[in-house]
Write a protein that binds this ligand. Structure first.
Ligand code: BG6
Length: 497
């Protein structure tokens, strides 16, 4: 995509996201020749940096969080010359006046008019910042000259009603085309590959339906605990933090109908249609199909770790879930009756994200009486991370005089095939936002449809404290209640590959 010269404004310029993700990504894009020429980056935050001290701080951040090798002075210098800092409090109109003045210092009209605002701020500040930008004349909903875009990142509200209210407020100051809502999972190569895998191979897509697929499991597990994010996590929990966004996005890509074209709206229309087909549960149904959990003290990689309630800044009687598992049904022609299991949690046995498509057994098991053991049904596993790849399980005859069967695997491994380099999710997403391609960003109706699902899954939680079978020791695969839930439909959790 052609990229036009522009200025990128980072609100929250002294924060963690800027240091860990955004700046390293922008630096790597620059190194790869993917940034427009010319461009400028303007950081806005409260801390009293100068251009020079902010640049130094960012150099350390790129060394620490970017891909090696660390930038040499020759590489860093030309990039650093494009970094500028504007100190200010996001609550105050003067900050935006100063920002406007600094933007006006740019030498070309495109740098003054093409503006990408990245709100790496608290979500409670989104509306306010956008309103100030609008009042300052920096955001024109239908720009006659140049373009202005806003990038924001979750949480977009904490339920359907608050997400709707946020969208309404944003819509007062910016058009939907100007809003780029990030779900960083969509920036991952392996997640983008889901569409490529499904719609460029005739072999799989023909089988991708209720006739041949028995069930689907989507697992996103992490060994990490809540870390220093308890303030946020106590308000969010696993369902809002992960399932409402990342897992439902993966689900949509795995199960949606083929879009009519690669037009961004065609793809997003299919995702919304799919999300709307997810069955909404009454509180009684939710109690049968959804399980939450919370980690207690345990061991991760042989080291003892505390339970969630003992983590700093977590309430000692917190009922916030650090794990959620759900059985979903899609009420549409393709998937009617096929259970789809989602699970995600912190302090689980391993860090892995994968999708497992479990096929039905053959209609008649020819070898069942002769063969030991019985052939296992086929499965396709999409390894999203780490050890990215795809694997197909099928049965083979064990060489020998007796008839013995064994499941074998065909593996596609990203690193072996394509080399280790894959762009970081933020590189891809920032590049697309600069180029104005909204395909990998969430549209308003998508967010609201996903919240409607999340709200129905958590129905009844707030009234009920966690029960004994909902706790799990750190380092395990989750609470016993999740095993009971999946067993009710005759399945069990697959240990990820
Ligand atoms: C974030 C969540 O969106 O995704 C975190 O807020 C989680 O809690 C993270 O750890 C996982 O992302 P990744 O890319 O490491 O799988």
């Amino acid at each position: 995509l052609p990229v036009e010269p522009c200025s990128i404004v980072l609100f929250g310029a002294s924060g963690d996201l800027t240091r860990r993700k955004l700046l390293p990504a922008l630096y790597h894009l620059y190194q790869a020749g993917q940034m427009p020429e010319p461009f400028r980056i303007l950081g806005v935050a409260r801390r009293p940096y100068t251009d020079e001290t902010w640049r130094d701080e960012l150099r350390t951040a790129v060394e620490q969080f970017g891909r090696p090798p660390a930038p040499s002075p020759q590489d860093w210098h030309p990039f650093a010359q494009r970094l500028f800092y504007c100190q200010g409090d996001l609550d105050r109109p003067e900050t935006y006046e100063r920002l406007a003045a600094r933007l006006q210092e740019a030498p070309t009209a495109q740098l003054r008019q093409n503006l990408l605002f990245y709100l790496a701020t608290k979500p409670s500040q989104f509306s306010q910042v956008v309103q100030h930008l609008h009042q300052q004349g920096l955001l024109r909903p239908r720009p006659e000259v140049g373009w202005q875009r806003i990038v924001i990142e979750k949480p977009f509200g904490h339920d359907a009603a608050s997400a709707h209210a946020l969208n309404e407020t944003l819509a007062r100051y910016a058009s939907e085309e100007q809003l780029f809502r990030i779900d960083h999972y969509l920036g991952k190569e392996t997640v983008q590959n889901i569409m490529m895998f499904r719609f460029s191979n005739a072999v799989f897509e023909r089988l991708w339906n209720r006739d041949t697929i028995d069930h689907i499991q989507i697992t996103v597990s992490e060994t990490a605990g809540v870390g220093d994010r308890a303030g946020y996590y106590e308000e969010a929990g696993a369902l809002r933090d992960m399932l409402q966004n990342h897992l439902l996005q993966v689900l949509a890509l795995i199960t949606m109908e083929p879009p009519v074209s690669l037009d961004p709206e065609a793809i997003r229309d299919e995702k919304v249609k799919l999300l709307r087909s997810v069955r909404r549960y009454t509180p009684d149904q939710a109690a049968r199909h959804v399980v939450r959990g919370q980690y207690t003290a345990g061991q991760i990689e042989d080291k003892p770790v505390p339970g969630y309630r003992q983590e700093p800044r977590v309430r000692p009687d917190s009922n916030v879930e650090t794990y959620v598992a759900a059985r979903l049904f899609l009420d549409n022609w393709r998937w009617s009756g096929v259970p789809i299991y989602l699970r995600t949690g912190k302090r689980l046995a391993r860090t892995v994200s994968e999708v497992r498509i479990q096929f039905k057994p053959t209609p008649h098991v020819l070898f069942a009486t002769l063969c030991a053991p019985t052939p296992a049904p086929n499965a396709v596993t999409l390894r999203l991370q780490p050890r990215e790849g795809i694997s197909l399980r099928f049965n083979g005859k064990v060489p020998g005089l007796d008839l013995r069967v064994r499941p074998v695997r065909m593996h596609f491994d990203y690193n072996a095939e394509f080399g280790a380099y894959t762009p970081e999710a933020y590189e891809r997403l920032l590049r697309d936002a600069i180029a104005g391609d909204p395909t990998l960003f969430l549209r308003r109706d998508e967010i609201e449809a996903a919240w409607a699902i999340a709200d129905s899954l958590r129905a009844g939680w707030d009234e009920r404290p966690l029960s004994q079978t909902e706790f799990y020791p750190a380092g395990s695969w989750g609470p016993p209640a999740a095993d009971v839930m999946i067993a009710a439909t005759g399945h069990s959790w697959h240990e990820p590959l």
